[in-house]
Design a protein around this ligand. Sequence first.
Ligand SMILES: [Zn+2]
Length: 172
Amino acid sequence: MVFTPQQLSQIHTCLVEAEERLSRFYRFAPREWFSYSYDLLTVRDLPAALTFPVAGVLAEVVKGPSPSTTRTSFPFGVESLYRILLFDRNILLSMERLPDVRFDRFMLYILTHELIHIVRFTHSVDFHLPPAAKTREEKKVHALTGQVLESLDDRSLGRIARLYSTSGEYSL
Ligand SMILES: [Zn+2]
């Protein structure tokens, strides 16, 4: 179960929108660091032998370059410090449980969330937090994601924020 080419294209559009919204939110200069500091990878870009995480893990931010990835979908930079991994199957299965949520809105939420992690890792937050601090950071990032996307006035996004910030079932 992998993203279709059409879904990949939607993801790319969502990524651009998430970057733009965050640039405004954090008042970054246009494309200040987004273009070189991370890559976005989906299952197609990852080695086949990789063991994928349990069902509730939708996405993950990984630090450091990985020579084993081929990076075909979204080649932003050779020396990117962070990588956002999207777990196609877990995202698509999770979507089946949210019939009133549009795919592009769901992806916008996930990508905005992951980019906020990267902004915070870059500027203030230690990548390796102890578990309690990690839980607090996760809640904070969900709250910020809600603020960044607030102007869309989309109820389904608010529902996602609540669902994902209060349930231990999911992680992103
Ligand atoms: Zn998170």
